[in-house]
Ligand binder design. Structure first.
Ligand SMILES: [Zn+2]
Length: 121
């Protein structure tokens, strides 16, 4: 609460930037040291590196989309003053009414069966 949320992409921290640079330099170093014998393994490893970067970017996008939905729900909740997913207030039958135990319909006590589902009272 009281935490400011933004829809803009979160900027990476210094540690993340440093680790990303180290990862790219390591990948480049590995590419430079490939030989004919290690070319296949190197290609697989580089594919894994690229896939990891793609997954990180995807996770960032998913996180932002989720944050936007939560912010929209909070805005909606603040506007209506209602809890998200709250059930409507239950109506209590008066003395001249009866609540069907099968479907929950509230009807007058006159008929001996529910007007909605036909259950006998
Ligand atoms: Zn009923």
């Amino acid at each position: 609460m009281g935490e400011k949320r933004t829809a803009k992409p979160a900027s990476a921290g210094a540690a993340e930037v440093l680790l990303f640079i180290v990862a790219v330099l390591s990948a480049l170093g590995g590419l430079m040291s490939l030989t004919q014998a290690t070319l296949g393994v190197g290609a697989i490893a580089f594919a894994c590196f690229v896939a990891i970067l793609a997954r990180i970017a995807q996770a960032g996008n998913q996180h932002q989309a989720l944050s936007r939905r939560i912010a929209a729900l909070e805005t909606q909740q603040a506007a209506t003053g209602a809890a998200v997913g709250a059930a409507p207030p239950a109506r209590i039958p008066t003395d001249s009414e009866i609540k069907c135990s099968v479907c929950g319909t509230i009807a007058s006590r006159g008929p001996s069966s529910c007007p909605t589902c036909g259950a006998k009272y």
